[in-house]
Design a protein around this ligand. Sequence first.
Ligand SMILES: Nc1ncnc2c1ncn2[C@@H]1O[C@H](COP(=O)(O)OP(=O)(O)O)[C@@H](O)[C@H]1O
Ligand SMILES: [Mg+2]
Length: 246
Amino acid sequence: MVLVKAENLVKHYGTLCAVDSISFEIRQGECFGFLGPNGAGKTTAMGIIYCFMPPTSGSVTVFGLDVTEQPSAIKSRIGVMPQDDNLDPDLSVFQNLIVYARYFDMPKKVSEPRAWELLDFVELRDKADVNIKSLSGGMKRRLLLARALLNDPELLIMDEPTVGLDPHSRHAVWENLDHLKAKGSTIVLTTHYMEEAEKVCDKVAIMDNGRIIETGSPADLMQRHGGNLEKVYLHLTGRKLREELA
Ligand SMILES: Nc1ncnc2c1ncn2[C@@H]1O[C@H](COP(=O)(O)OP(=O)(O)O)[C@@H](O)[C@H]1O
Ligand SMILES: [Mg+2]
């Protein structure tokens, strides 16, 4: 079953074309990754999927619902881990989860046990009463993941989930992702790390300058172009760059 379907999706910011007519499908149970250099349009494409901003043109449906017509219905069924940390710095780890749960109208008797369960999942139970300011980067990313899972989302959206993390923290997030995948979660993420894409993504779309230049499973792309995924990525995005410079 197709959970996300984009057709000729375009997004302009003023005169800048950030997403330039892309089409893709994300199927239930799949881990789908957007890869591409800074400014490629990955965050913008994700922002449209989670109804943060409307497309300029084209159509995007999530769970068969149009993002411009039924954003609230979509938002209640997805979890979002943003690129930037937007945790509330005045609250503790536990309070951050409880306050966020209010957006989903969760009563405390539901949100509190759920918050403990998720703190266990991301191994932050012992930090429950700690202020956000004293968390490491890796702990913040894990808390953002726990927060994204509060409403038990059917679709989890993660923008650069492991950026800037040390290898241990990165592996901790990958372990969380493995668990979510094993229970059939649908995940869409962006990453700059080809090792990560190869490890966790069933399918990737390589983006550059607002366009999708190649789609397929990491294995397909490696077979099609030769070499590991990093080599494929550098070849495809670099070729574009060389063409532009020529
Ligand atoms: N809110 C915004 N206003 C104007 N331009 C933006 C905005 N957000 C992103 N852009 C521009 O759109 C392009 C795509 O950005 P983005 O989607 O963040 O790419 P990525 O996530 O792949 O790095 C970039 O040129 C960026 O500078
Ligand atoms: Mg981005």
